[in-house]
Design a protein around this ligand. Sequence first.
Ligand code: KG4
Ligand code: ZN
Length: 339
Amino acid sequence: TFSKPVLGIESSCDETGVAVLRWEPDAPGRGLLAHALYSQVKLHANYGGVVPELASRDHVRKLLPLVREALTEAGLTPADLGGVAYTAGPGLVGALLVGASAARAMAWALGVPAIAVHHMEGHLLAPLLEDDPPKPPFVALLVSGGHSMLVEVKAIGQYHILGDTLDDAAGEAFDKTAKLMGLPYPGGPALAKLAEQGTSGAYRFSRPMTDRPGLDFSFSGLKTQVLLAWQKSDQSEQTRADIARGFEEAIVDTLVVKCRRALDAAGAERLVIAGGVGANRRLRAELAAAGERDGFRTYFPRLQFCTDNGAMIALAGAIRLAAGQQQDETVQVFPRWNL
Ligand code: KG4
Ligand code: ZN
C-alpha cells in the first residue's frame, strides 16, 4: 500500500497550485494535509488575458516558496514525501515545463517516483476531496476555460467521452462574452456577478444544440448573439446586467439539458460537476434542483477546488501511485492531450 504523502503541483495556466495529500481510499479529503495557491490574475489583467511567457516566469518565481509553504503547513519535510505528482498537460507549454521540471527534479533528488497527471482528470476527481465522495459509475460535467465535456466514468481511470465542445469551451464563452461587453479580465466570474443584478427574461438567447439529439456543445454562436444585442442596446449598466443574466441562463439551461441527457445515455444516477465554471452559483443551484426533480445526485467540489489547484493534482497522482503506476524519468509535457 502507498501511505506516504504525495506532493501535487499544478502550473498549466495562470495559477500555481501546490498540495500535500496522503492517500486515504475511503475519504480522500481527510488525507489532504495542506494546499497553497498563487493566482497570477493581477499580472495578466493589464493584457486582457494570460500572457504565456509571463505565466512561465511567474511560476518559476512562486513554485518553490509555495512548496515550502505547503510542507510547513503539513508539518512535513521533503524527506517525508513518497511521491510527486504534476500536471503534464493540457495547457501552456512553458508553464507546464516549470511544474514538470521542478517535480521531476525533486522526485529524483528524494529518490521517490514522479507521476504525470492529466489536468482534466484532476478536475474530474476534485469532488472526491469532499465529504461523502461520489463512487463510480457516474457522469462528470467538466467545464473549464479550455474544455466542456461530458464524461462517463465507469471506474477511476476509465473514461468515456460522451460529449465535447465543437468550438468555445463554456468558460471561454463566459470570458469572451464578458470582454465584448467591456468587463475586466478575468471575465467569467465578473459576468456571473453582474448577472445577479440582471432581470431574468429581459434578454433571451438560444440554448445551442438542445433541439437535436447528441451531447456535444457549441457556445460560439451565443457569443455572437450577445454581441449583436449589446451593440443594438443603450449599453447602460442595467442593460449590461440584463444581457449577462440572459447569457448565463442560456448557458446554464443548455448544460442542465445535456447533463440530463448524458445521465440517461449512461444509465447513471450520480452527476459530478467540476472545472472553473463549476464555481458558477446558478449552474450549481440549477443542477441541484434538476437532480431533486429527476432523482439523480449531484456532487460539487468546494468553490476553490473548482478552479485550478494543486489538491486535485495531488489526489489524481496519489491514486495512480497507489495503483502502482510508474513512469520513466523524462521531463515531458503535452500541451494538447486527450483525456
Ligand atoms: O478550471 P479553470 O480554473 O482553468 C482551466 O482549466 O481552464 O477554469 C477557469 C474558467 C475561466 O474561463 C473562468 O471564467 C471560469 O472558469 N469561471 C467561471 C466562474 N468562475 C470561474 N465561469 C462562470 N462563473 C463563475 N463563477
Ligand atoms: Zn483547469
